[in-house]
Design a protein around this ligand. Structure first.
Ligand SMILES: *Cc1c(COP(=O)(O)O)cnc(C)c1O
Length: 488
């Protein structure tokens, strides 16, 4: 592509993106189209034999994306834990791709490597974790948690596990976590050879936190039975309800038992940067490793996960190999950081840039304010639901509110099976209708709607609309379900 063609195609594309972002709130959150309809929109199925001019195909791609996407940047999107992305992050990704540093080694990415290190320090500083930690960017929370898991496995196995493997010892390594832990732990136990039976699922207490006395008891029982406990995973913001485990309580148990303490803060850890949340996250600074997702509460475009390990040496020891075809040790006085030494990837993109730009643009205080706004909107939503007949407010933590629709007259003698069926039907409708987007959580057997606000575009009126729509559609589906059961 000639420089002038790039310039023109790029300007056209940026204009289209600017219009798209400006008109986002007028669009439906999703089209709700099924796979055949989306496939049909792609049109011609065959691999093009000949090429086409850039500006035409970019315009075609933009139209496809603007008309057949779910928009998680929409002010009424609160599903799962997927945030609105900062526009500056999109420009950052364009710049990163244009220069295309390979952040595997300093020699291949001098300034990108330094920006990544600086951004990692800023994240640690933001959440009040020691800035002397090691860390790196990965694709997301799953991968960031895997980094912590592998660092723990290497550090706590009493033998050379990277060389001898798991088979060389017949005492099984065990990991402890609450039932509310995200499913990454199952993938980790499977992929890294422990097997999912190596997970000791601890029942949560009444506050849905990891139960400390059950944890201690289970560790003691397992030790007595000849197993090798090595890792406890705590959650700083569970994926279902946003609950933060007692981090200082777990840290104490880990210290006493010489276990690694890893915190999954993929969603919630950034809230540790808010002065009013300091007590909730007490103990975070002591933990051995933390996973968090800049593509959640730091609003970076996908993908950006981040792993922090308190002792940088232990991070490197878990991943480093030095083949003789790598000449990356440098010739100066200070050895360079080569990120291939710190994680699972070899060639690596420049994920740090979009995160770094976000921090530079909003500053610490800007992020504190955006996170604070999400939490206070969520609390206000919970109060509104509590005060609304036909809706039952179920839980509120960080920026996650769960609730369900309960038809008039059923609140005092609920038919739980019916309510679960009704709320599941309600969720399925809301997720395709395009007015709002929420996801679900099952809490103590109750099927709930779940609004997770990691969205700087959401205004209070959007949440008032959610309440009105949930009641309107709840009534309609209730009438329809009753009609169906009369007919059958
Ligand atoms: C989102 C999330 C994950 C998974 O993160 P990905 O970025 O989707 O890989 C893990 N744990 C928690 C608590 C999460 O919220």
């Amino acid at each position: 592509m000639a420089p002038e063609e790039f310039r023109q195609a790029g300007h056209e594309l940026v204009n289209q993106i600017a219009d798209f972002l400006a008109g986002l709130e007028q669009k439906p959150v999703t089209t709700g189209e099924q796979p055949p309809a989306v496939r049909a929109a792609l049109g011609n199925n065959s691999l093009p034999a000949e090429g086409s001019a850039a500006s035409g195909i970019l315009a075609e791609a933009a139209q496809l994306l603007f008309h057949h996407s779910l928009f998680n940047g929409h002010p009424r999107f609160w599903g799962y834990i997927t945030s609105s992305a900062t526009p500056i992050g999109a420009l950052g990704d364009l710049l990163a791709a244009a220069v295309n540093p390979n952040v595997a080694a300093f020699a291949l990415s001098p300034v990108a490597t330094e920006i990544e290190q600086q951004t990692i320090r800023w994240i640690a500083e933001f959440i009040n974790y020691p800035v002397s930690c090691g860390g790196l960017f990965v694709s997301g929370g799953n991968m960031a948690n895997f980094v912590g898991f592998l660092a723990a496995r290497k550090a706590k196995a009493a033998w050379d596990i990277r060389k001898d493997g798991l088979q060389s010892r017949n005492s099984r390594l065990l990991v402890y976590c609450s039932r509310n832990t995200h499913t990454w732990i199952q993938k980790a136990a499977d992929l890294f050879g422990l097997g999912t039976d190596a997970i000791r699922w601890i029942e949560p207490n009444e506050e849905q936190q990891l139960d400390l006395s059950l944890l201690e008891q289970q560790i003691a029982d397992d030790r007595a039975a000849g197993f090798t406990p090595f890792l406890v995973v705590g959650s700083a913001g569970t994926v279902g309800t946003g609950t933060v485990d007692s981090l200082s309580g777990i840290a104490g148990i880990c210290r006493k038992n010489n276990l690694w303490f890893h915190v999954d803060g993929a969603y919630g850890a950034p809230a540790a940067g808010l002065p009013e949340c300091a007590a909730l996250f007490e103990g975070l600074a002591e933990v051995d490793s933390v996973a968090l997702d800049p593509h959640k509460w730091f609003y970076s475009p996908l993908e950006a996960g981040c792993a922090l390990v308190r002792d940088p040496k232990l991070l490197q020891e878990a991943f480093s190999f030095h083949p003789d075809y790598y000449n990356f040790d440098g010739t100066g006085d200070e050895p360079p950081v080569n990120y291939y030494d710190y994680g699972m990837q070899n060639s690596r993109g420049f994920r740090a840039l979009k995160v770094w730009l976000g921090f530079k643009q909003a500053g610490r205080n800007g992020y504190i304010q955006m996170i604070r706004d999400d939490i206070s909107l969520s609390q206000k939503l919970f109060s509104l639901i509590q005060a609304t007949p036909e809706l039952e407010a179920v839980s509120q933590n960080l920026s996650i509110t769960t609730f369900r629709y309960v038809p008039q007259g059923m609140a005092n003698h609920p038919d739980e099976n019916y309510l679960n069926k009704l709320n599941e039907a309600l969720l399925n409708h809301l997720q395709v209708a395009g007015e709002v987007f929420v996801s679900n959580a099952v809490i103590s057997g109750k099927y709930c709607l779940r609004a997770c606000i990691v969205n700087f575009r959401t205004q209070w009126q959007d949440l008032e609309a959610l309440v009105a729509i949930a009641i309107r559609e709840g009534r309609r589906l209730d009438a329809q379900l009753r009609q169906d059961s009369t007919n059958s």
